[in-house]
Write a protein that binds this ligand. Structure first.
Ligand SMILES: Cc1cc2nc3c(=O)[nH]c(=O)nc-3n(C[C@H](O)[C@H](O)[C@H](O)COP(=O)(O)O)c2cc1C
Length: 414
């Protein structure tokens, strides 16, 4: 199917869960769809490992992933630098997804070392081969997610090349490869608009970057004129970021106790390796603001292994439920439980003041880099992480030293 036909066939989605290493796994996709996500990307999988290592594949992909009843529409993302491995990997999922995406945006050192992601921006011929090989040999369409260059014309030429090679959807993250860590700034919606305006009118075009609240989605669509908007961090800290059908605060800024319970029950129903592995990081992110007040829970989550009995995790959810229940016993709770909208900001939107017991965006400090590197490390070293290594990374999953900065809404990590 060509781009527009595919887009219509999957229901013309407007809201998209971004590919996120270790974080856009099945359970999270199921949850996000309940809060308005209309299309989801899997985490990036390393094509060569996926094609050649059964253990890696089993860790990343289960019989439930891509299932027609619970996990569609879904696009499976790979990073690759070898057209044959990429095709082999994609063939293994072609009957379980709506399209296969090539990651051309990962800017981390690990991607530099492995020569994939945004570092393929230096090798257009290889990018062309990777995409064309899928386009010609896969039964589902190929799509691509790219970053921009500082040079707008070069960005346009690059996007055109990616499309000529056969990509049917184009997602553009409005940051350059260097915009990461301390240098991460706001994504540039102006260049996204320029690219949208200069690519074929019918091209399916997704924007990525700067989404922190539900109303940012429409702002972005108006500004760029894109078909849909993708969010990564906004969605991780608050899946309600995709809810635009109504202004219900229960949907747009869900209570952490309710959302955590809902997520946990999905996990219990589908305890796949990837779902379980991602659990601790999701707990920390859902509860991010809440844990700044209920600090006693932080070490409890920190020391509970993702391999622990699910009852141990259930006990944590119950602790959160009990703490929030107490909050709602306050006489003046109806005055306290409100979302306050701030002044218009220079970046075009407004901040909200959200009670700490509700999901809300995380404002990253700008002078420190946080990375989610487990899978990227595996990808570079070709080794599967053992349990101990995983534990170490798990425990670091939450940025405890994060400080609010009202000048940098969100920063990309991958
Ligand atoms: C935890 C995390 C993991 C990510 N993993 C991937 C990935 O696997 N593939 C990819 O293309 N981008 C990845 N990214 C980048 C996002 O897809 C997105 O392009 C970036 O975060 C900017 O969007 P945002 O401003 O909505 O966060 C990741 C981002 C985060 C926060």
């Amino acid at each position: 199917m060509t781009g527009r036909a595919l887009y219509k066939a999957i229901g013309s989605p407007k809201t998209i869960v971004a590919p996120m290493v270790d974080q856009s796994e099945l359970a999270w996709r199921i949850l996000s769809r309940r809060y308005g996500a209309e299309l989801c990307y899997t985490p990036m999988f390393h094509a060569r490992l996926f094609a050649t290592e059964e253990k890696y594949r089993k860790n990343m992909w289960s019989e439930f992933d891509g299932n027609e009843d619970i996990d569609r529409p879904v696009i499976v993302q790979f990073c690759a630098n070898d057209p044959e491995y990429l095709l082999q990997a994609a063939k293994l999922v072609e009957n379980k997804c709506d399209a296969v995406d090539l990651n051309l945006g990962c800017p981390q050192g690990i991607a530099r070392k492995g020569n994939y992601g945004a570092f393929l921006m230096d090798d257009w011929e290889l990018v062309r081969k990777l995409i064309t090989n899928l386009h010609e040999n896969l039964s589902v369409p190929v799509t691509a997610k790219i970053r921009v260059y500082d040079d707008w014309e070069k960005s346009l030429a690059y996007a055109r090349m990616v499309l000529d090679a056969g990509a049917q959807f184009l997602t553009i993250h409005g940051r350059t490869r260097d915009m990461k860590g301390q240098l991460t700034g706001l994504a540039n919606w102006d260049i996204l608009k320029y690219l949208k305006d200069n690519l074929p009118e019918d091209q399916v075009f997704f924007s990525n970057g700067n989404i922190i609240y539900p109303n940012d989605l429409q702002r972005c669509m108006n500004h760029v004129g894109c078909d849909a908007v993708m969010s990564a961090e906004g969605n991780l800290y608050n899946p309600g970021v995709f809810w635009t059908e109504t202004n219900e605060k229960e949907k747009q800024f869900p209570r952490v106790d309710k959302l955590l319970r809902e997520y946990f029950e999905i996990l219990r129903e589908y305890p796949t390796d990837a779902n379980k592995h991602a659990m601790k990081a999701h707990f920390f992110k859902i509860l991010h603001e809440f844990l700044n007040v209920h600090k006693e829970l932080r070490p409890v989550i920190g020391r509970t292994s993702v391999h622990a009995n699910m009852d141990d995790w259930d006990a944590i959810v119950k602790q959160v439920e009990a703490a929030v229940a107490k909050i709602y016993q306050q006489d003046d709770i109806s005055d306290l439980d409100v979302i306050k909208v701030g002044e218009d900001e220079s970046w075009g939107g407004q901040y909200r003041e959200v009670p700490y017991w509700r999901c809300q965006p995380y404002f990253r400090r700008v002078d420190g880099e946080k990375q989610n590197t487990r899978v990227l490390k595996i990808a570079a070293s070709s080794e599967l992480a053992n349990t101990n290594k995983r534990k170490t990374v798990d425990e670091k999953a939450e940025p405890v030293d994060a400080k609010k900065s009202k000048t940098e809404p969100l920063a990309a990590t991958t």
